[in-house]
Design a protein around this ligand. Structure first.
Ligand code: HEC
Length: 267
């Protein structure tokens, strides 16, 4: 019940605080007879707002006629959402020498970018340092996207889930708890979430990739053969394809080692 309220308040927050969302509106200024910047790469689903700051009218008109702002007087703007990947070239209908390009990332490129931004962009949602040595960075950032933006792994595997003063359920700006990030230790009745951070050999949760895929798909406890993992939503996660499970594993192998908080610190 409490969780349900949390989800409800999180939704309200998302609706009213657009800065919590990763879908952006990117502004391209029309100034001095130029589109500024004239070349912009955005995420799939982002919007572009063309804002005319010249004292002359201009337009934003797609070369393939996909959009046309009509005449924008000084101070006027035109906004368009980009829900298809690709390269879009446009010009000003009145001054055809003025041209610009919008490049829209594919769905996968967008996930990789968001997964990276969670850790590196400002404000940092997760201030950790990844160890990318010997890793495919794009695969790791895709894993970050799945773990942090889809899987909700930190909900159960980080205690407390959010940094002090950064708990979104209290209306504070969101930041994951980096100190015991994914170190486990949350109790669900008799079941305690596992430490997912790398062991001394770099294996996340101390398991090999094959063991990881096996436990995510079957729930077989790697530590206690014959035991089925409880609470852990493996019946859901097990439906992911190999690409995604391998990305999660690569990501978990690159996060900092952390020790499980004491049960007293983690009620
Ligand atoms: C609803 C809470 C919850 C969520 C969400 C959750 N887990 Fe778990 N997880 C647990 C619990 C509890 C255990 C221990 C279960 C047991 O011992 O029976 C566990 C165990 C595990 C284990 C087994 C480790 C071992 O060595 O035994 C792995 C790996 C794991 N989780 C990975 C993940 C990943 C990756 C995600 C996100 C994609 C995730 N979990 C999300 C609760 C959760």
């Amino acid at each position: 019940m409490i969780r349900k309220y949390h989800a409800f308040f999180a939704l309200i927050l998302l609706l009213f605080a657009s800065n919590l969302s990763f879908a952006e509106t990117v502004t391209i200024n029309i100034k001095d007879f130029k589109f500024q910047p004239d070349n912009k790469t955005i995420n799939l689903g982002d919007s572009v707002k063309w804002l005319n700051q010249d004292s002359f009218p201009h337009t934003s008109t797609a070369n393939n006629n996909l959009w046309d702002s009509a005449n924008l007087l000084s101070g006027a703007s035109f906004t368009r959402i980009f829900d298809k990947a690709g390269k879009f070239i446009y010009h000003c209908h009145i001054h055809p020498g003025m041209t610009g390009t919008v490049i829209v990332r594919t769905a996968e490129q967008t996930q990789i970018k968001i997964g990276k931004d969670i850790i590196t962009a400002s404000p940092k949602r997760l201030p950790i340092k990844l160890n990318l040595a010997g890793k495919n960075a794009d695969q790791v950032y895709l894993g970050s996207y799945i773990v942090n933006a889809q899987g909700g792994c930190a909900d159960c595997h980080t205690c407390p889930s959010y940094a002090a003063g950064h708990d979104p359920y209290k209306g504070e700006s969101k930041q994951f708890n980096a100190i015991s990030y994914l170190a486990g230790g949350k109790a669900f009745g008799p079941f305690v979430s596992a430490n997912l951070t790398p062991d001394s050999t770099g294996k996340p949760a101390g398991v090999t990739l094959a063991e990881f895929k096996e436990l995510m798909r079957t729930g077989n406890d790697p530590d206690v053969p014959g035991n089925t993992l409880q609470v852990m939503p493996w019946p859901v996660y097990g439906m992911m394809g190999d690409r995604d499970l391998e990305a999660i594993y690569a990501y978990l192998g690159s996060i900092p080692q952390a020790t499980q908080p004491l049960p007293s610190a983690c009620p």
